[in-house]
Design a protein around this ligand. Structure first.
Ligand code: HPA
Ligand code: MG
Length: 215
């Protein structure tokens, strides 16, 4: 898709990608039957995150970094990304101070984006946002408007996943892990009604999984 750099374009997961069979991976037994396939294995997420950390370091130079982690779905990606950035700074002579803040956003009920978006814990800030998934892009747009009001020197958004949906094109992260089909995914801190955060791989939820945890 248009609009982002060629490297992110190389991490496109096509609509006809069937994913990996769950039988090939280890995952919590309490979710057997609730998932269709593994769409991004944990190790691949970690490798891609390491590369994004390097790109961020290259771009930000010696600016101070204030990380804004968007809870809850972004916590794992943010933690792993910060970890990789710390490792890179340890191994280079340009080390940058990094502060980490957390805010909480909630906009999904079941697998649907709801109208009301809640921002909790946003006070004084100037940021780089760490977000795990950009679904409709609505959340990101609202958050950016809020952050811009604090007039930071630079704002960069890192999102692990971007869904291929048409409304998205206006608002994309500066750093994208993977572009994925427009399907509801869970795992690596992404939830379905608070379930599946305890799954390491990013998986496609099954119809019976949706039924089982519907509220
Ligand atoms: N999974 C979990 N949370 C989400 C998704 C998704 O596919 N899209 C937006 N929020
Ligand atoms: Mg959620």
């Amino acid at each position: 898709a248009a609009g982002w750099d060629t490297e992110a374009g190389d991490c496109v997961i096509e609509d006809d990608w069937p994913g990996y069979s769950l039988d090939l991976f280890n995952y919590p037994a309490h979710y057997s039957g609730d998932l269709d396939c593994v769409i991004v294995p944990h190790g691949v997420i970690m490798d891609r995150t390491e590369r994004i950390a390097r790109n961020i370091m290259d771009d930000l130079g010696d600016h101070d970094i204030v990380v804004l982690c968007v809870l809850k779905g972004g916590y794992q990606f943010c933690a792993d990304l910060v970890d990789r950035i710390k490792a890179l700074s340890r191994n280079s002579n340009c080390t940058i101070p990094m502060r980490v803040h957390f805010i909480r956003l909630k906009s999904y009920l079941n697998d649907q984006s709801t109208e009301d978006l809640h921002i909790l814990g946003a006070e004084d800030m100037s940021f780089l946002a760490g977000k795990a998934i950009v679904g409709t892009g609505k959340t990101m747009k609202t958050l950016l408007k809020h952050v811009e009001a604090f007039k930071p020197k630079m704002i960069k958004v890192a999102g692990l996943l971007v869904k291929r949906v048409s409304q998205n094109s206006a608002c994309l992260p500066d750093y994208v892990g993977f572009e994925i089909p427009n399907r509801f995914v869970v795992g690596y801190a992404l939830d379905y009604n608070e379930y599946f955060r305890d799954l390491n791989h990013i998986c496609v939820i099954s119809e019976s999984g949706k039924m089982k945890y519907k509220i």
